[in-house]
Design a protein around this ligand. Structure first.
Ligand code: LLP
Length: 414
């Protein structure tokens, strides 16, 4: 959001030159535009109301948890690990929503003990665990039932969740969702507050959300419950030519579909965006190390990161753009494949990238829109240390996650 190009062509974010940040903090480097993060959170709260939760799986560290909390969002945590980070960031427990298709008894007990705001119940086995655990609960935990509306979201099959053949939630069509509602209603130790669904991620088509909301609305209306959460999934533009709906368009489409199905106007309708809050806020900086030009085949440009800091290309075939922040508006006539430094052919950063023809060894290369599911899915493959994460704003950079050292690679060895 604060990206600007100086007269000489240098790209700045948060008032700082990206090339200078790479020199100062090293590469690879994740740079997040703090204003952009805050604006996306505010937009989500404006569109959905203050029950809207940031899905922390997209990117989580204490600074991010604090930022989303300050901007008025709840936080969706899907494991005991995410719960721990959010609590240690100082997020009020009642602003947390716990997810997971296989929550352990320990995870549930911790959530109940600290008093998380909502637990999203995913299976009959979890209901059995809640039956036991709620006996000791300081107060009955508020729960939502996760249902599957049977909708095929138009997205990658690995991130589709709304269809029947899924490990998540209770099927509406089979009657399992209804049975889960009945079982939870009969449990005195829990407070059944509503229904939840999540149809998938990186969804561009508002009609998929509408379709799901119609089925959900039809199921929800007669139950007399107060809350309906439609999950996350709003798509994000990664490459030139893509465009995504806004939070407001998404919320309006969902609300209209719910109204048409008789959902009461007083119902708290919420969502859990992850990617759409953080993806566009960050850029990854790499340094070019080798260029291998193969006559009549292609040119490989290798950078000093790869599948350990961004596994999305290898996992989902995801596309990114690449450019040189030293001259952000330069023509990009050179077709290359940007690859990482890992010992695999699949270690691709950008399969078909276009770069300026004066590309040189030592150049800083940037891939934008890496704020979601990049750092959060980063690994130490090939014992590559994870990069640092910066938040930049108003001409200042702060390291919110330090880069790993070589000794960090040994810290768990006994
Ligand atoms: N709520 C639930 C229950 C979810 O499972 C997810 C994402 C979200 C919310 C947030 O969805 P978002 O708004 O971020 O699309 N690693 C994959 C994405 C996996 C999404 C998993 N669940 C990727 O890099 O594309």
């Amino acid at each position: 959001m604060t990206a600007a190009v100086e007269p000489g062509g240098q790209l700045t974010v948060g008032g700082l030159r990206l090339v200078d940040l790479a020199e100062q903090f090293g590469t690879p480097l994740f740079v997040y535009d703090e204003e952009h993060l805050r604006a996306r959170c505010a937009e989500a709260v404006e569109a959905w109301g203050d029950g809207v939760a940031y899905a922390t799986k997209a990117f989580l560290c204490r600074a991010m948890a604090q930022l989303a909390h300050q901007e008025g969002m709840c936080l969706d945590v899907s494991t005991g690990g995410e719960l721990h980070v959010a609590l240690r960031a100082g997020v009020a427990p009642e602003r947390l929503v716990l997810h997971g298709n296989n929550k352990s008894a320990a995870e549930l007990a911790r959530a109940i003990e600290v008093g998380v705001g909502r637990i999203i119940v995913d299976s009959f086995d979890e209901i059995d665990r809640l039956r036991v655990l709620s006996v000791e609960a300081p107060a009955p935990p508020k729960v939502l039932v996760r249902v599957t509306p049977g909708v095929e979201a138009h997205t990658h099959e690995f991130v589709r969740t709304g269809h029947e053949d899924t490990k998540f939630g209770f099927s509406i069509a089979s009657g399992a969702a209804w049975r889960a509602v009945e079982e939870l209603r009969s449990l005195t130790g829990v407070d059944l507050a509503g229904i939840h669904a999540h149809i998938g991620s990186q969804v561009f088509d508002v009609s998929s959300f509408e379709q799901a909301a119609e089925i959900l609305g039809r199921f929800f209306s007669p139950l007399g419950l107060d809350e309906l959460c439609v999950g996350g999934g709003l798509g994000v533009a990664y490459v030139n030519g893509e465009s995504a709906p806004s939070q407001a368009e998404w919320a309006e489409a969902v609300r209209a579909a719910c109204r048409a199905e008789g959902v009461a106007p007083t119902t708290r309708i919420t969502a859990e965006p992850g990617r759409s809050i953080v993806a566009g806020a960050a850029i990854t900086l790499y340094r070019v190390g080798t260029v291998k030009a193969l006559t009549d085949l292609r040119t490989y440009v290798a950078v000093d990161g790869g599948m350990s800091d961004n596994p999305r290309p290898v996992l989902y075939g995801s596309g990114y753009e690449a450019f040189l922040p030293r001259e952000a508006n330069a023509e990009r006539p050179l077709g290359v494949r940007v690859v990482g430094k890992h010992c695999e052919t699949g270690d691709i950063v950008v399969p078909e990238a276009w770069l300026p023809s004066d590309l040189a060894i030592g150049d800083i290369l940037a891939t934008p829109v890496t704020g979601a599911y990049g750092y959060s899915m980063a690994s130490n493959y090939n014992k590559v240390p994870r990069p640092p994460v910066l938040f930049v704003a108003d001409g200042r950079a702060r390291v919110v996650v330090r880069g790993e050292t070589l000794d960090d690679l040994l810290r768990l060895d006994t």
